[in-house]
Design a protein around this ligand. Structure first.
Ligand code: SAJ
Length: 425
């Protein structure tokens, strides 16, 4: 089998080298010449455990090559970005997807399977992709097969999840779904569920929306509990002991390119009815400012000036800054002018980044943890010794061990601290 993958980013590249590992002849296409060159020279341009090894193997086997233009293939997989349209209800911008479809049209042969993996608004395949192919003379389900097979892998664990997560294949006709299933059966070990394109589109969006709504519930609960002087984290722990309850974790906001983006695709399609989804987005988007307000109150209590931010990535143990609430909080605190703000995140390249935690905390009045990197589980006294006020605000509830002379507050105990703080500093 020969597969042509359009878009060699976080999803397209791992998918390409995964097919190549299973003996498929893969042509990877990207519009960026430096991406194409770097891959053909054997260098992965993205961080993902195992990616470099998979690429090395694929190049050594001669099963993978990157180029700027597509080639005829049995299957075409489109994995290009679908950002929000900023001026239009944050709806799904299909520009790159439709451009990719346009670009492959000259290379489609009778019997080819066209697969869209990019996350798209409900009905995008039926309303936009199908008509575009039909205008070019193809009969879907007869000449060619068209499916939406959403990617659902977690950055940091992509190769395991590509092979082991169940897969949804939504075709325009049952024969399309069958053609899609055949392609993925190459490496997918678990179940492949066949459905229609619009059900596949909506299911994918609802997975991330479910998570976003549940995080919003946890964030709202935190605000309520802080007002009522109840520990929200204890409440969540207790409520989650019920076998059918799973309240998610509150935090400084929701980042990444999925949860902070996908729910808007549904809201934009059904603005009158998608009430809860829309409110949840607003609640999660309000968290950075809520954290900044709490930081202001803490800084007033300790009469401090210097804040050290721990973690800039949108979630733990990765280098991804997309939509990161930590960046928003950093900018808000800096714009207040009255604070000196530093940051420490060993995973990312950022101009504010200190060399190490000890340096970042020297003379600081507050260690504000915004990302759940594992390295923040244990805080050592060599790191905190030189702080002016030994106060930690752990917005991720990640810290497990704190030096005895430090005060560590989290989203469950912040109200206690602010109301009757006795500082041991
Ligand atoms: N977060 C919380 N509280 C929680 C869980 C997460 O505040 O209880 C925050 C995280 O810190 C992060 C954000 O939410 O800022 C999103 O993190 P995530 O781990 O929930 O999700 P992503 O965006 O890294 O990946 C999700 C995954 N979807 C689901 O788990 C349903 C992944 O499987 C998808 O492939 C990916 O979206 C995608 O591409 O759609």
């Amino acid at each position: 089998m020969k597969v042509c993958v359009i878009g060699l980013g976080y999803i397209g590249l791992p998918t390409s080298v995964m097919f190549a590992k299973y003996g498929v002849d893969v042509i990877g296409v990207d519009v960026q010449p430096h991406v194409v060159d770097s891959l053909n020279n054997g260098e992965a341009h993205l961080e993902e455990p195992g990616l470099q090894d998979f690429l090395d193997e694929a190049l050594a086997n001669g099963n993978f090559k990157a180029q700027l233009v597509p080639e005829p293939a049995d299957a075409f997989i489109i994995a290009v970005p679908t950002p929000n349209n900023i001026n239009d209800n944050m709806s799904c911008d299909l520009t790159y997807v439709l451009q990719a479809v346009d670009n492959i049209i000259p290379y489609i042969r009778k019997g080819s399977t066209i697969i869209v993996e990019s996350t798209i608004a409900p009905r995008s395949i039926e309303d936009y992709v199908q008509p575009l192919l039909e205008q070019n003379g193809f009969t879907i389900g007869e000449d060619i097969y068209l499916v939406h097979c959403p990617e659902r892998v977690m950055p940091g664990n992509i190769f395991h999840e590509l092979a082991n997560n169940m897969r949804i294949v939504g075709g325009i006709t049952p024969s399309c779904s069958e053609a899609g299933e055949k392609v993925y059966r190459t490496f997918v070990k678990s179940k492949i569920v066949k459905t229609d394109a619009k059900t596949a589109e909506m299911s994918k969006l609802m997975e991330n929306t479910y998570r976003d709504v549940n995080i919003a519930l946890a964030n709202e609960l935190t605000k309520i509990c802080n007002d009522l002087h109840i520990n929200a984290l204890d409440v969540i722990e207790m409520a989650n002991m019920h076998p059918r309850v799973n309240i998610h974790s509150p935090g400084p906001g929701v980042g990444g390119h999925c949860l902070a983006v996908d729910p808007y695709f549904i809201v934009a399609k059904a603005p009158e009815t998608a009430d809860l989804i829309s409110r949840s987005r607003s609640i999660n988007s309000s968290m950075p400012i809520y954290i900044v307000e709490k930081v202001r109150e803490i800084m007033e209590m300790v009469n401090g000036r210097t804040i050290t931010i721990g973690g800039l990535a949108y979630k733990g143990d990765i280098d991804d800054l997309r939509e990161s609430p930590a960046l928003e909080i950093l900018e808000m605190l800096k714009s207040e002018k009255k604070y000196e703000v530093r940051a420490y995140d060993p995973y990312v390249n950022h101009s504010e980044n200190a060399q190490n935690l000890t340096e970042a905390l020297g003379g600081s009045d507050l260690f504000l943890i915004l990302t759940d990197h594992s390295l923040f589980k244990t805080i050592n006294d060599e790191d905190t010794n030189r702080m002016s006020n030994k106060v930690i605000f752990d917005t991720r509830s990640i810290v497990r061990n704190v030096p005895e002379d430090c005060e560590c507050i989290n989203l469950g105990s912040i109200h206690n601290f602010l109301n009757n703080a006795v500082l041991n500093v």
